[in-house]
Design a protein around this ligand. Structure first.
Ligand SMILES: Cc1ncc(COP(=O)(O)O)c(C=O)c1O
Length: 387
């Protein structure tokens, strides 16, 4: 752990976000996109995958991203309220959404049906300015894109609606995290055909399809804009190596220690018994703070320079760490997961242990008792800048 992270009063439960890592990751991803002539939209939905949308977005824009992506208009308007003016797409809003507020705030809207097009058109009239829209085609994920058999009608209608400006066509991949999966090429073919239809209708839109995995592994699918999410936060969704640094460290500190004789049951249900006289360290984080209870009996933490087993069940507010005869004291830092550089557990390790993905682990780190703190990105180096 570096000096900054170790300094100050140790928190009860803290998600420490290394914005330097975010900047590094965005530079790396935007560099890949740039080699294909594509721009980069950083996906900051779900409060930046639990990392803080505004802080991540600001850092990403300074590091080479030029677009922001959010799930809902509320999320996009939060970015605007923070003073972020970069082009921003909101892609999953409900019927009856106040689209006029989004149009007034210059937020791009995703449209995948004639019904939504009609709503956006009415909102544009209300806002007194054209809406910027991205038409979404379902190329095979079978979620919220326009079905291919309705695409030509949608595209024609959009092209003939003066209240909307079609900025882009776009789609989302189902299996990009499995490089070589046949659905990737099948989706890409449908996407290319959807673009042909859009052009035939007189549109000249941008195209975007690639999530993190495709940004990392399929330069041929970068088109005009890539939309990485998880890789921005330093987690690699592909089996291939990538130049990424995990940005989140989840940490706490020892509240209390005690010696316990051999043969004592530990934590609820006594699922674990001390095998020898040992020191137990109580750490005040539990499932209320984002430690999955299903990690009970399987998780380790980094404490006092090494990994140690969490004894017995994860409780709502606490876990108990078996420290043997090692000297541990109240106030010692405990890392639950981090980048893994020192040997501490990682979010991926947690995900593997409980049968989920690291996306869910980090995105779940938004809890009332969990403090989030951002370590600023270093100022961009001036090396090589002409004076
Ligand atoms: C439409 C869309 N584009 C891009 C992304 C980013 O995906 P990833 O986090 O896998 O890069 C997401 C995330 O789920 C998404 O929903």
């Amino acid at each position: 752990m570096n000096g900054v992270m170790a300094a100050g009063n140790l928190p009860r439960a803290e998600a420490l976000i290394d914005l330097g890592a975010v900047a590094h990751n965005v530079t790396s991803l935007a560099g890949l996109a740039g080699q294909s002539g594509a721009a980069t939209m950083v996906v900051v939905k779900a409060d930046g995958y639990g990392h803080g949308a505004v802080e991540v977005a600001s850092t990403a824009l300074a590091a080479g991203a030029t677009w922001l992506g959010s799930c809902s208009l509320d999320e996009a308007l939060t970015l605007r309220a923070a003073g972020l003016t970069a082009p921003t797409l909101s892609w999953l809003d409900l019927p009856g959404t106040d689209y006029a507020a989004g149009i007034a705030a210059d937020v791009d809207l995703s449209v995948a049906s004639l019904d939504t097009l009609a709503e956006v058109r009415a909102a544009a009239k209300q806002a007194g300015r054209p809406a910027r829209v991205h038409l979404k085609i379902d190329t095979g994920l079978s979620r919220n894109g326009c079905p291919p058999d309705q695409w030509a009608r949608l595209v024609d209608a959009a092209a003939r609606t003066p209240e909307v400006r079609v900025v882009a066509i776009w789609s989302h991949l189902a299996c990009a995290d499995e490089p070589g999966h046949p659905s990737i090429d099948a989706q890409a073919e449908r996407f290319v055909e959807a673009y042909r239809v859009a052009r035939a209708a007189g549109l000249r839109p941008l195209r975007h399809l690639a999530n993190s995995a495709a940004t990392l592994t399929r330069p041929d699918l970068h088109f005009d804009l890539v939309r990485p999410g998880i890789a921005v936060y330093g987690l690699n969704p592909t089996p291939q190596p990538a130049d990424l640094r995990p940005a989140m460290t989840f940490r706490s500190s020892v509240a209390f220690t005690k010696r316990v004789p051999a043969g004592e049951g530990v934590s609820y249900g006594h699922t674990w018994t001390t095998r020898r006289d040992t020191t137990l360290a109580l750490v005040p984080v539990g499932y209320a703070d984002g430690v999955p209870r299903s990690l009970s009996g399987r998780m380790q933490v980094w404490l006092g320079g090494r990994r140690r087993l969490v004894a017995g069940r994860v409780c709502m507010d606490q876990i108990v760490v078996d420290c043997g005869d090692d000297p541990v004291s109240p106030g010692d830092e405990v890392i639950l997961f981090g980048p893994g550089d020192q040997g501490e557990p990682t979010a991926r390790e947690w995900a593997d242990l409980i049968g989920t993905i690291d996306y869910e682990i980090v995105t779940g780190m938004c809890r009332p008792r969990l403090r989030r703190r951002h370590l600023p990105a270093p100022a961009p180096s001036l090396a090589g800048v002409p004076r």
